[in-house]
Design a protein around this ligand. Sequence first.
Ligand code: ATP
Length: 503
Amino acid sequence: QEDVFKKLVSHCKEYGFVFPSSDIYDGLGAVYDYGQMGVELKNNIKQYWWQSMVLLHENIVGIDSAIFMHPTIWKASGHVDAFNDPLIDNRDSKKRYRADVLIEDQIAKYDEKINKEVAKAAKRFGEAFDEQQFRTTNPRVLEHQAKRDALHERFAAAMNANDLNELRQIIIDEEIVCPISGTKNWTEVRQFNLMFTTEMGSTADGAMKVYLRPETAQGIFVNYLNVQKTGRMKIPFGIAQIGKAFRNEIVARQFIFRMREFEQMEMQFFVKPGTELEWFKTWKETRLKWHKALGFGDDHYRFHDHEKLAHYANAATDIEFLMPFGFKEVEGIHSRTNFDLSQHEKFSGKSIKYFDPEINESYTPYVIETSIGVDRMFLSVMSAAYTEETLENGESRVVLKLPAALAPVKLAVMPLVKKDGLPEKAREIINDLKFHFNCQYDEKDSIGKRYRRQDAIGTPYCITIDHQTLEDNCVTLRNRDTMQQERVAIADLNNIIADKVSI
Ligand code: ATP
């Protein structure tokens, strides 16, 4: 699986999807650029989300708020005081780690040990193997399980109490070693704030310290009353936004899964107090359906309900996607209570209550949020679409089985040869179709090579223009997934393709 992931990363670079940022300067940690194919796929993902949120829901509207915000907003939201990761350094390697991640990895090691025992026994006993019974009676499994549970409980308690000394003690007691130096020479655990800061303006008293927003949500909270009043919105209603967010992540690994500059698609849904858990359930289901509609297979998704809730939430779940490195969070759905709005009311001193004409009362709405990372969604789509196939003739091909609606290029137009008026005919077809969807012209190399290139970027359809075309105005249409070819009239192309590639 690690192998597949490595191949995917190089495929992303080779075909213009994702480049390391500042590539000719050897990159910048956990920052990436999207190339000519990547930007199309990313835009299509955003459009797929935006349309399902804003166009399909009468009571959801969009905004685009600024990245810079008044610094007090981040005090009110709790980010200045609590948006921290606990860090620990290894004295020998001088490498810095997240203490909580080191411990989570240790818990995963116990799980691995248990799974190994189970797999070994399953092999030995074959058909007769009763996994449930084995897990509950085998002494070695029980020993690992007991250690795992004790560690998990101790870790959860330390995190809940924000007890940094205890986190360090766990690392020492578990004899966790630094993956680089292999030693147990650990420093104290310190809190490290994830927000980037910069300075704004320059006055006699100095510049004002401002933050790069670590989430888009606060731009929606501080605008909710502006939108409600000017849009004459009635509760329940939602505000959607797509925009950049920044976090100084320490464990920056796994390609675009965890970045320092990334993009979020968030929707905050404002509801009457007391109805929030019903809405939480509704949005959980709605969002899972949205993911599943892409057709990668229902087994690629699962919910992970949170046991430990953030201070502002009264329910939270993640939608996890099966990435090449296991099930990972792609989207968070949180019932955020009235925490954010109440805090902004307190810190700004302005009343931002909603007047409900139906009950003739004012109240602070409760909020359900759905928050998804564009880049993580991108990674999940790419990893599910990436396929290596062996063809009947023994050749192999790499094909991106992207849903047609998300594919960067919808149609490749290929003259069979570079002469006899075929290129001109191909241009004529593109000039007509380019107003409807993204087309690419390709006349270089053999047709077989050209098909492979289009397969590698996920183009759902290719057409070939041959000498016959000049006589009958028909082309050969080739389907990416089935590789079937059929003869169709040029006049029918728009209808055939537009129908399949529209979002
Ligand atoms: P994680 O636990 O993985 O750090 P989180 O729970 O902090 O994520 P949220 O604050 O709920 O994430 O953010 C909502 C969504 O934003 C996540 O589900 C994820 O898709 C995306 N996201 C968060 N941090 C990053 C990041 N560093 N890089 C890319 N996407 C991110």
